[in-house]
Ligand binder design. Sequence first.
Ligand SMILES: NC(=O)CC[C@H](N)C(=O)O
Length: 376
Amino acid sequence: MQAYLILANGRVFRGVSVGCPGTTIGEVVFATGMVGFEETLTDPSYYGQIITQTYPLIGNYGMNSEDVESTKIWARGYIVREACKTPSNFRSEETLDAFLKKNGIIGIEGIDTRSLTRTLRESGVMNGAITTEFDPDAEPEKKAALLPEIAAYAVVDAVKTVTCREAVTYEPTAAGAWGDTPLHVALLDLGCKNNIVRCLQKRGCRVTVLPGTTTAAELATLNPDGLMLSNGPGDPAENVEIIANIREMLSTGIPTFGICLGHQLTALAAGAKTCKLKYGHRGANQPVTSPAKQRTFITSQNHGYAVMADTLPESVGQMSYFNANDGTCEGVDYLKWNCFTVQFHPEANGGPKDTEFLFDQFVSRMLAAKGVINNA
Ligand SMILES: NC(=O)CC[C@H](N)C(=O)O
């Protein structure tokens, strides 16, 4: 079946349908990872977006039920050069096409993803639609009718849509290095990836995943050892109430670690500003430099917004990492709160895992706050 990608600027790409037939509209973004397509597809941070994979062969090692980052695909569409129909891997349970169909996702393959990516890099991310329902060249009036809808699309209520409805507690999967009593981490689910939970469980933490709208008073009733602020979708500045809640939670001095959206919301809570990047950072080879460690780490990333470092008062926090490609803020160490945050993904399961040590840093902070060790 034929499928068409129509960009907001009117450009059309002709391809073949993958996943479900129909019409879908979203913000078209590109992700450059060569592996990790399953983690990308199930990452709630892609809510509202149509994902383009720049690597030309996707689905070659199949899909499995263990590596998913959430219960389903939250993205609104999927664009690949070639969706592999004969995956080969001992862990593979189904094809990419079957997984897209199961999730009701409309996709397109067989288009020139290099040309599409070049357009997005030059013009910035833009809205688009995938349709199997009409040929935009043969029926230009249908295309003309769809273009205003494409232009009007906006990602809204993102965190409220993807966050969990009820608290769930996960037990540790290993003993902590300090002994058998687990540390209790409250994880604010702003669109949380499962691997954040796994990274804490395997370090001896009991993890209670809480709805993103949890208040500081509700958090206090749990009396956790630490607070984790997850990744998540949408424009960070949209979350006015959650930002106020986070400010109140942090003022208690609780050891806190924020990732991606968690990093952005903490900065907003501290009075800094965020901005939208031209085409974001989505991939597994983003270099981030730590001036303190005099080292650059290769990281996995998926974000379209960034904290404007020059809006963060020096007395409040200091930039701990910056992006070696474009200089944008990649981490903050707070002075007035017991908190550190990063824009990149130390939990990235598709890898690289070079910055997973940040979870050990978080554990040390919790142990220091409890007086189990001297300092973090
Ligand atoms: N992965 C994330 O947490 C993304 C954060 C935010 N939605 C952004 O695009 O910048």
